[in-house]
Write a protein that binds this ligand. Sequence first.
Ligand SMILES: [Zn+2]
Length: 420
Amino acid sequence: MNIRLILTVLLVTIIGVWLLDSPTQNTALVPQPLTPFSAELEADHGELSGLERRYIRSSRTGRIVKLQNGQNLTTLLGGQGLSQRQVALLAMSAEPIIDLGQLQTGVNIEISHPKPGQHRIRLAREYGELVQATYVEGDWHVELLHVPTEQLAEEHDLVIHNSLYQDAEHNGIPNGVINSSVMALSHFVDFQRQVQPGDLMEVRFERTEVTSFKSLFSHLQNPLLLTYLRFTNSGEDYRLVRYKGAFYFPDGRLAQSFLLKTPLNGARLSSYYGNRHHPVLGYDRMHKGIDFSAPIGTPIMAAGRGVVKRANRYGSFGNAVVIDHGDGYETLYAHLNDFADDLKPGNHVKQGDVIGYLGKTGLSAGRHLHYEVHHNGRAINPLDIKAPAQARLQGAALEGFKQQLAQLKSADSQLASLAP
Ligand SMILES: [Zn+2]
């Protein structure tokens, strides 16, 4: 059985300035109060600098062209009436915002001519982020704009027949959601061994969708956020609810260890702990951590409470952060593009604080986060951290959590475990 429902528009992130269209439309989209998940929202939508962001919403479109294999910006835009010099100038002007020399095949670019002699180029940088370049009187004016997005709740359930990944794919559950589920449950379930036919899974997640310029984002994966998860296995019935960036059991107990296994949202686990062939060095060596693949600039979170030990260039790790969590535990985050503002050794951080942004600095074959956990000076497999914390929500946090759980149950959910 598989129910695939787009349920409700949960919230519409509209804060900003209407740039191109008349402002009379903006009564249609009233700002909704944000849920208190500031950590998640930051991780999913970039920094919450809502007031200084410039939003763009327009139904006016120009001609859309797709970058084909073997094509570059000059050949593509040259065919659309721009001179070589104009294209070269464009690449230079855009450089602080986007490297137009590194565009990937399949990127959609919108070209329009607002007035005679003017040109306008628009293309996506990350999901929801639009680079707009306007050529007026010999100069390119380039800016980064945000397209309003909405969060759509979606839910699925499935009974496992073959393997979790196969069955999930057959049921149309996005890979990212299954990855998040496996990571959330890895504190309790050994997915290599324990999963059996007949096990039941239910997931509810939010899919971020742009409300306009959809075709310019069609080649990018929508950000997905797992919000509820149920899994029955070996007579156990696990129900996990996301609250403020962490998973809890319905009674408010923290359902994860003191260290996050996944210190970023929306990532794919791309390389496991253990021996492997090194893609850059070309020989087999021990991989002392796990790798996560995600877009450049994805915020990286502190895996747990602790003190920053280093935040600087660290040999083949490139830009790296090391956090000391006490009791002999340390975590390392490597190949970062950049550090969080003002992050310095000695800073105290909490679980979920943004410490840097995903990149490919150091000895790295491509963009990814390399994440290590050390205990008493030795690397351990981050996925093996089993001991769930005894922590439990209390006071106002527990009240907030209960309210959210009640909302989840009163939403028009079709999941058996959320039915009233
Ligand atoms: Zn690695």
